[in-house]
Design a protein around this ligand. Structure first.
Ligand SMILES: C[C@@](CO)(OP(=O)(O)O)[C@H](O)COP(=O)(O)OP(=O)(O)OC[C@H]1O[C@@H](n2ccc(N)nc2=O)[C@H](O)[C@@H]1O
Ligand SMILES: Nc1ncnc2c1ncn2[C@@H]1O[C@H](COP(=O)(O)OP(=O)(O)O)[C@@H](O)[C@H]1O
Length: 297
């Protein structure tokens, strides 16, 4: 028997970052929006835990026990007193190490798939607890839609979205390490008093209204200077997308994927073509938001 779960990528329309905490994490006001690029995780009964992955970036995905899908299966098995024997196959379409939470998506997907395959009957809150143990972004991958993440991003409040937003994502060559980007944020802000992170009322109103122009005016990512410092070439990608007619462009989370908000599908196609022609990215993906969270297919 097999169970397949589809899980979306995310973009952070606002990522407000506080000072480093004693545990090394940063308090956030993290406004997540799920976007229509998906990984699929299939769980099949097996004697041992095994992970396989297919897709253009599959070579960059670890297949050992460090894979977030494998860790999710192990945690669920441990809680329910059973062996973690399962074959997890990841059909990967989300850019790897790109700031779009692909690994988190696979963790949430594997958790839901194993829960269904094993009939563990875990409650939604139990699943969300395990997600938070796996990583700060994993709870959002499970719920999707739009949400404000506080704490290290794992404490979620659902947000209203009043319409469809159109996006183009420019996929960069190579990835960026999330801890390295947070480390660069700390270095760049060494002598700065960092305010408590807070969600922007104007941004939440733009989301609730479904107004892309208002959302474009309020997009903000405190990790962007750190990502640009580690990968200066991203400035050219941002400039190319904006020049081609995007309402706004920003680094997606810790990067190096860049996200461009556009008013409609026609502009999306034009911006994607221009980004590719500029030679400043490896691929350009057109999609929309919000997208549903992890679902059985
Ligand atoms: C930056 C964001 C924005 O949504 O995602 P990405 O853009 O990388 O996907 C997240 O904060 C990434 O969340 P996630 O990738 O789940 O991180 P975790 O596994 O929990 O933590 C990895 C490392 O990132 C740093 N970290 C993460 C979250 C946080 N609030 N503060 C941090 O300082 C810590 O160095 C931590 O050891
Ligand atoms: N299932 C997975 N898919 C992708 N990367 C994974 C996975 N499990 C663990 N990783 C590790 O997590 C790192 C971050 O990957 P990813 O989640 O795609 O990016 P980001 O944290 O930028 O959103 C990768 O470099 C890889 O080493």
């Amino acid at each position: 028997m097999s169970v397949t779960v589809r899980v979306p990528a995310k973009v952070n329309v606002q990522l407000a970052v506080g000072a480093a905490r004693p545990d090394g994490f940063h308090d956030l006001a993290n406004v997540f929006l799920a976007v229509g690029l998906y990984d699929e995780v299939t769980a099949t009964e097996a004697d041992e835990l095994r992970v396989t992955c297919a897709g253009p970036d599959a070579g960059q995905v670890p297949l050992d026990r460090t894979n977030l899908a494998a860790r999710a299966a192990e945690k669920l098995a441990e809680r329910y007193g059973r062996g973690p024997g399962v074959h997890l196959h990841i059909a990967k379409d989300i850019p790897v190490a790109g700031g779009m939470a692909g690994g988190s998506a696979d963790g949430a997907g594997a958790l839901l798939a194993c829960d269904a395959l094993w009939g563990t009957g875990a409650s939604r809150d139990e699943l969300l607890d395990i997600c938070a143990e796996l990583g700060s972004d994993v709870p959002f991958s499970l719920v999707g839609g739009a949400a404000l993440g506080t704490g290290r991003g794992e404490r979620l409040t659902a947000l209203e979205v009043g319409g469809t937003f159109h996006w183009v994502f420019a996929v960069a060559d190579g990835g960026l390490s999330t801890p390295a980007v947070y480390g660069e944020f700390d270095r760049l802000n060494e002598d700065v008093r960092i305010p408590e992170p807070a969600a922007s009322d104007a941004l939440l109103a733009a989301l609730a209204k479904g107004d892309p122009h208002a959302l474009a005016a309020t997009l903000a990512n405190d990790l962007q200077p750190a990502a640009l410092s580690l990968r200066p070439s991203l400035a050219a990608t941002l400039a190319a997308g904006r020049a081609a007619g995007a309402l706004a462009g920003l680094v997606s989370g810790s990067g190096p994927t860049t996200a461009f908000l556009v008013p409609d599908e026609q502009t999306a196609a034009r911006v994607a073509d221009a980004l590719l022609a500029s030679g400043t990215c490896r691929a350009a993906r057109v999609t929309r938001s919000p997208a549903a969270g992890a679902v059985l297919v």
